[in-house]
Write a protein that binds this ligand. Structure first.
Ligand code: FES
Ligand code: FES
Length: 153
């Protein structure tokens, strides 16, 4: 089938792939690069399970066309730990017991990293507001908010 070549950096590694023009970033990650940490919840921009950072900003990867990402820097949940050392927000999710089934967790954590980097952690209300794009069917919101608070320091 007709496709386009796209070169982008994923978790610090340069990748070049040929994809159908309709391929989402989420499918590129999961189907072409075997990075299955980002989850496909709704595939329609409503749940946040697929959240990744593109050039440091949070996006729903299910709504992002892969072919538009030439030269972009993408960070996924797989790119947050440094060797054996968890990212402070990953550790905070463990400390605060901020997940049950875990399906929403990769998106929550990547979104939380974005939330902290953007400086939207001034109060519990602000954290809740800026994390509101990430749904949790298990209802872990209070603990998720505390985990973001912990990692934000
Ligand atoms: Fe992308 Fe739900 S899978 S927002
Ligand atoms: Fe189950 Fe959030 S931990 S959906």
């Amino acid at each position: 089938p007709p496709g386009s070549r796209v070169s982008l950096t994923v978790n610090g590694v340069r990748r070049t792939v040929t994809v159908d023009n309709r391929t989402s970033l989420l499918d590129l990650l999961r189907e072409h690069l075997d990075l299955t940490g980002s989850k496909k919840g709704c595939n329609a921009g409503a749940c946040g399970a697929c959240t990744v950072l593109v050039d440091g900003r949070r996006v729903n990867s299910c709504l992002t066309l892969a072919v538009r990402l030439e030269g972009a820097e993408v960070t996924t949940i797989e790119g947050l730990a440094k060797g054996d050392r968890l990212h402070p927000l990953q550790q905070a999710f463990i400390d605060q017991d901020a997940f049950q089934c875990g399906f929403c967790t990769p998106g929550q954590i990547v979104s939380g990293v974005g939330c902290i980097q953007e400086g939207h952690t001034g109060s519990p209300e602000e954290i809740r507001e800026w994390m509101s794009g990430n749904l949790c069917r298990c209802g872990c919101y209070a603990k998720i908010e505390r985990a973001v608070e912990q990692a934000a320091g």
